[in-house]
Design a protein around this ligand. Structure first.
Ligand code: ATP
Ligand code: MG
Length: 338
């Protein structure tokens, strides 16, 4: 088996004398050639993890290796092995598009001729050749992001780090950037990216680690993660107050038990995010649930059935949504998979 592209043991970062735990003992192995995703909500510790792996944040504890090189012990060597696209635009506004690439090459020890060649190849490859002499301020968000990726890969790093590569991009630019990343992988590039878009993790990544509060709460292929929470269709049932008292969760647990009694082939119900959630298989799922609810004397106020998503996985593991939803009540459009 080839050496892991990234491996960490107990990697940890705290701030304010340990009061803020940003990353809490991360054990991670990223394989050579894979696109690996860190998926998590704001504040999960994604950027801090990338910071530690790319030598810009000094860990409080643990160890990290990139291609076998100790990131903490040999930061200068590790730096040659990594390319980074940070969460925010860090292009040099005093330089034009081509110069941003050229000087990056020079900074990484290329001769003038090598840097010129690498610049021209990157301009071609990332479809920026006709913008070479433009100021970077004149680029669209999607083009600026492409230039950041072009710059980060110019020195042929072993691992490319992308921190929220498509946040703020329009859908079309997002898809275009996914294609760029897939193209890099096809040429053997190992990629670690962070995202809070479940679709991005699902469609782009070979494996995904779901992060919350500085910890990995689940790690698998997107399909494996989804299978782990629900082997079938996820049905969510919102019901009106039955007038029997108790907390909302108790009321929903009662409703779940009543439904399950009448739907014996459904999975064990759970109460998640103010709704009863059941996993079901087969035909006519919604009519079957409506029939069972009617039989149990429950008033259904909203009902949805969807294939599990990474959002379902996150909710099942944490009881919360990836992105904060409305504070109370069933969010509108509950029926649509998000
Ligand atoms: N320099 C710092 N000083 C104090 N706390 C920090 C610092 N940097 C990060 N944190 C805290 O560490 C936690 C993790 O932050 P981090 O930026 O890694 O999260 P993230 O997953 O990248 O979030 P986002 O999706 O918002 O980018 C947060 O609680 C954050 O407030
Ligand atoms: Mg971040």
């Amino acid at each position: 088996m080839p050496e892991a592209a990234i491996s960490t043991t107990g990697l940890r970062k705290t701030y304010r004398d340990g009061q803020v735990v940003a990353v809490d003992g991360l054990d991670l192995e990223v394989r050579t050639g894979e696109i690996f995703g860190l998926l998590g909500p704001n504040g999960a510790g994604k950027t801090t993890t990338i910071g530690m792996l790319t030598t810009s944040v000094v860990p409080t504890g643990g160890s990290a290796r990139i291609g076998g090189v100790d990131v903490i012990g040999e930061p200068a060597v590790a730096k040659q092995l990594i390319g980074v696209v940070p969460q925010f635009n860090t292009l040099d506004r005093a330089l034009d598009v081509g110069e941003n690439l050229y000087f990056h090459g020079r900074y990484f020890g290329m001769s003038r001729a090598e840097a010129r060649t690498a610049r021209d190849e990157a301009l071609q490859r990332f479809n920026l050749a006709d913008r070479a002499t433009m100021p970077v301020m004149a680029l669209s968000g999607g083009m600026a992001q492409r230039l950041m990726v072009a710059r980060a890969t110019l020195h042929r790093p072993a691992v490319l780090f992308l921190d929220e590569p498509t946040s703020g991009l329009d859908p079309q630019s997002r898809l275009a950037l996914w294609d760029v990343v897939r193209g890099l992988q096809a040429d053997g590039q190992t990629v670690l990216l962070t995202t809070h878009y479940m679709e991005e993790a699902d469609q782009l990544c070979d494996r995904v680690a779901i992060m919350d509060n500085g910890r990995i709460v689940a790690l698998d292929t997107p399909a494996g993660l989804k299978r782990s929470v629900a082997d079938g269709t996820v049905v969510r049932v919102h019901v009106a107050d039955d007038g029997l008292g108790g907390t909302t969760d108790e009321r929903l647990a009662r409703a779940g038990a009543a439904l399950h009694q009448r739907l014996p082939d459904a999975g064990t119900p759970s109460v998640i995010d103010n709704a009863v959630q059941l996993t079901m298989n087969g035909e006519g799922i919604l009519p079957r649930v409506m029939g069972a609810a009617e039989d149990a004397g429950l008033t259904v106020t909203d009902l949805s059935a969807a294939e599990p998503t990474l959002e379902t996985v996150f909710i099942a593991l944490t009881g919360r949504r990836l992105r904060e939803g409305p504070p109370q009540g069933p969010p509108p459009g509950m029926g649509k998979p998000r």
